[in-house]
Design a protein around this ligand. Structure first.
Ligand SMILES: [Zn+2]
Length: 228
């Protein structure tokens, strides 16, 4: 049996604090779900945090509401406050998977302070751009029940029907090649400094995201179960 790492600071065992980074089409959502199930920790996305804050009507939520209704972006300071508040909740006792945060180096530095001495792992799902383009352009959504599926026809030329309800499948506007390339470039620009930040701290693990989802999950678990 592997020796368990325990200290007086962490009597309940090792926390699993994960930052999940991956481009659109990398299967990040699937992996986040599986990791959270495995460790019994919450999946915390910035979108969910913002929606919850607005709904709860907290002072921070009121600020978010004001910015969003003005069509403005939520700035670093406010986003950091929201994440700090969220991570203080008891359901993060065993850890968390953060998705969509940090997005800037200022946010990353603030997160380092929030988690303190608790080890944190940044997991990057790596998938070549050509493969991401192939995956994203083959995505289809049902016009009736909104189920997402993958096109079976190579160039999407044939009309396909939903396997659940029989309605016509269409490509979402976001899934055309031009938009996809723009999103991937945006992702690269955004994540390169963050990846460097976590690499410098020795907290980065890159995972080959081209394999089957179960193999990707197994690779992530190996990283998370290894001593930090
Ligand atoms: Zn359908």
């Amino acid at each position: 049996m592997p020796e368990k790492i325990q200290s007086s600071d962490r009597p309940a065992g090792r926390k699993v604090n994960v930052i999940l980074i991956g481009p659109p089409g990398s299967g990040k959502g699937t992996q986040a779900t599986l990791i959270c199930e495995r460790y019994g920790i919450p999946w915390i996305s910035t979108g969910d945090i913002l929606r919850a804050a607005v709904k709860a009507g907290t002072p921070l939520g009121a600020q978010v509401q004001a910015l969003l209704s003005a069509g403005a972006l939520v700035d670093d300071t406010l986003m950091i406050d929201l994440v700090r508040e969220r991570l203080a909740r008891t359901d993060t006792a065993a850890g968390f998977v953060l998705d969509g945060f940090p997005r800037t180096l200022a946010q990353a530095a603030a997160l380092d302070v929030i988690v303190g001495a608790t080890p944190m792992r940044a997991i990057v799902l790596e998938v070549p751009e050509a493969e991401l383009e192939r995956r994203l352009t083959s995505r289809r959504i049902c016009t009736r029940c909104k189920t997402l599926t993958t096109s079976r026809s190579l160039y999407g030329s044939e009309e396909e029907l939903c396997s659940k309800c029989g309605a016509v499948l269409i490509t979402r506007d976001d899934d055309n090649l031009e938009t996809i390339r723009r999103r991937l470039e945006h992702y690269r620009t955004l994540t390169e400094p963050l990846v460097a930040h976590y690499r410098e701290r020795g907290a980065l693990a890159t995972i080959d995201g081209t394999r089957q989802p179960a193999e990707v999950t197994a690779a992530i678990i190996r990283v998370l179960d290894s001593p930090a």
